[in-house]
Write a protein that binds this ligand. Structure first.
Ligand SMILES: Cc1ncc(COP(=O)(O)O)c(C=O)c1O
Length: 369
């Protein structure tokens, strides 16, 4: 089975630990265990028996996740190794060669590559920058067919940080129903909306919807490798059955910590801290852009840990970011990984002094063009 290179991840895997400044991270500065837990709770961890646990996720954790999805129970939840494994298991469970999916682009490009390798026809619709990165619903309507298995969303979106409004979400659910397809949504950035309350999940609007989420992005703990799928019971059972072939289970220590993170007060405190870091950093980025306004086009993100920026300098995005990496030890994602040259994706979830150092180097590089 041929699978194309997942450029977005490959570039980070190869370089993120070799540069001085890494602005490719799309999440928010992670916590240490000591910052997250009390001494008593850390002590509890020392007594966790290091067995397999429950391969679909400890019941306490599945219940804690289900509590964020009205109407869901632990049987609607499968705990996975990151939302990456959730996406993998979902697509592998759902799709057959010859099926079609309608996919939001730009997007975290995992499902784009994976679905095509499964023999699925991927029909993309593009978020419109001139509409604040909102989708054109007529474009989606024009793409669904009797072969459409799912309309696949990433909301909030990677890389634009755009968030679908409530009525658009309802329309997308209606389009999927009319086509006898389902909505699949990767919601791993949900919870760090910058200027509004936490938005709804597609599960709140449609009990046939399947969503992926996890602790890596909005909740700032990628190193725990905890993600999840929430969906109809039969679908979750099928994905669990396939999980026997992938990783069997997640780490029991991570599950224990994840259950603590999802306690409502603690989860809210993490999201509040993250939101305030992002707001501060976005203001710094906006200042930086304002100083060079004539060269950039920028729709500020509404959520998530990244900003997607258009530049008009006459240099290809991969050539430019390779130069940044080799000459300035600064890693930035080129728009090319999304098939969108002349864009850059900048992580804005780091500590502000780190972001400022990165922006300084980026500014020097642009000034020299
Ligand atoms: C939209 C989206 N989904 C999934 C992932 C994978 O994240 P993880 O497996 O760490 O949860 C990423 C990582 O960047 C992402 O941006």
């Amino acid at each position: 089975m041929h699978i194309e290179t997942f450029e977005l991840e490959r570039m980070q895997s190869l370089w993120e630990n070799l540069v001085e400044l890494n602005l490719t991270e799309s999440g928010i500065h992670p916590f240490t265990l000591r910052e997250l837990l009390s001494e008593e709770e850390i002590d509890e961890l020392l007594d966790v028996r290091l067995g397999y646990g429950w391969t679909n996720g400890e019941p306490d954790l599945r219940n804690a996740i289900a509590a964020y999805y009205p109407g869901a129970t632990a049987d609607n939840v499968l705990v996975t190794n990151g939302s990456a494994e959730a996406n993998f298991l979902a697509m592998w469970s759902m799709l057959e060669p010859g099926d079609e999916i309608v996919l939001m682009l730009p997007n975290y490009m995992q499902i784009w590559g994976l679905a095509r390798s499964l023999g699925v026809e991927v029909k993309p619709f593009y978020l419109r920058e001139d509409h604040g990165w909102a989708p054109d619903l007529d474009e989606i309507r024009g793409l669904v067919s009797s072969k459409t298995r799912a309309i696949v969303m990433c909301n909030p979106n990677n890389p634009t940080g755009a968030v679908l409004d409530h009525s658009t979400m309802k329309e997308i659910v209606a389009i999927a129903r009319d086509a006898d397809a389902i909505v699949y949504a990767d919601e791993v950035y949900k919870g760090v909306e910058l200027n509004s309350a936490e938005g709804p999940s597609f599960r709140d609007l449609d009990d046939r919807a399947i969503v992926a989420a996890g602790l890596s992005k909005a909740l700032a703990h990628p190193g725990l490798r905890i993600g999840w799928l929430v969906g109809p019971e039969e679908f979750i059972a099928e994905a669990w059955h396939r999980n026997d072939y992938t990783t069997i289970t997640t780490s029991i220590l991570s599950e224990h910590v994840a259950t603590k993170i999802l306690e409502p007060a603690r989860r809210q405190a993490i999201l509040d801290r993250n939101r305030s870091m992002l707001r501060e950093n976005l203001a710094l980025l906006q200042d930086w852009i304002d100083q060079r306004r004539q060269h950039f086009r920028f729709v500020p993100p509404q959520a998530g840990g990244m900003a997607f920026l258009h530049y008009d300098h006459d240099i290809n995005s991969t050539a430019f970011t390779t130069r940044l990496r080799d000459e300035r030890s600064l890693l930035v994602l080129p728009g090319d990984v999304y098939g969108m040259d002349h864009y850059l994706r900048l992580g804005i979830g780091e500590r502000s002094d780190y972001l400022l150092s990165g922006l300084e180097r980026l500014g020097q590089a642009f000034d020299e063009l």
